[in-house]
Design a protein around this ligand. Structure first.
Ligand code: PGA
Length: 242
């Protein structure tokens, strides 16, 4: 199975920069990994037409807990689907930390995304403090339990997990590929126990051109969730052949 690169552009590019990068990406050819781009919400409808005749799929960086309602400022998963979005990042550590998203909201968002037919990319990860106190596995186990509580999926492709050690995000210090491989194996087993499905598990956190290849060689790393290195055409392209 080919590996999956998910480009998380966060709120780092202007509308013009985002559109120009999408246009460049739409000219990429002959690459081996699959690509999902999660741009700014504001360019999603233009992204749909720019990427129309390409293999690139669209993702969103977040979605609301409900499909519709009195929820000022929220974005409906249903409308994302209408705009051509296939994947949605849920529970990114920036949303957990800055926007105080807790496990119950994350669980609701996953349920909603699944109901409307989007593939949730559930983000998990331990903080530096949790790592230093040797609590990485229990922390991940509890995040898996609460996020996937009562989640029912038909196929293992209906949901993706992204393991992103919080201390590795944007720090320039990724987890080593062999440690990431072991932790991801653990995550995959825990999720299998809980749901009966073996989901793909991506790694995220300071992925760069020079470490992507080694990470992708690992048995339990099914792809990469990439922030910084996905913001320039050259490095994005090189990740596709890593
Ligand atoms: P990074 O971000 O690749 O810039 O570390 C990853 C992420 O936050 O998804």
């Amino acid at each position: 199975m080919s590996k999956l690169i998910v480009a998380n552009w966060k709120m780092k590019l202007t509308v013009e920069e985002g559109l120009s990068l999408l246009k460049e990406a739409s000219t990429f050819s002959d690459y081996k990994n699959d690509l999902v781009i999660c741009p700014d919400f504001l360019i999603l409808s233009q992204a749909k037409s720019i990427l129309e005749n390409t293999k690139i799929r669209l993702g969103a960086q977040n979605a609301s807990i409900s499909e519709r309602g009195a929820l000022t400022g929220e974005i409906s998963a249903h409308d994302l689907k209408y705009l051509g979005v296939k994947y949605v990042i849920i529970g990114h550590s920036e949303r957990r930390r800055i926007f105080k998203e807790g496990s119950s909201a994350i669980n609701d968002k996953i349920q909603t995304a699944l109901r409307v037919g989007l593939v949730p990319i559930l983000c998990l990860g331990e903080s530096l403090l949790e790592r230093r106190s040797g609590r990485t596995r229990p922390v991940l186990s509890s995040q898996i339990k609460s996020s996937l509580k009562d989640i029912k999926v038909k196929r293992s492709g209906d949901l993706i997990i992204a393991y992103e050690p919080v201390w590795a995000i944007g720090s320039g210090k990724p987890m080593s590929h062999d440690e990431a491989d072991k932790v991801q194996n653990y995550i995959s087993d825990r999720a299998l126990k809980l749901t009966g499905k073996r989901f793909r598990v991506l790694y995220g956190g300071s992925v760069a051109e020079d470490n992507a290849g080694k990470l992708l060689e690992q048995k339990h790393i099914d792809g990469l969730l990439v922030g910084g290195a996905s913001l320039k055409a050259d490095s994005l392209k090189s990740l596709l052949n890593a």
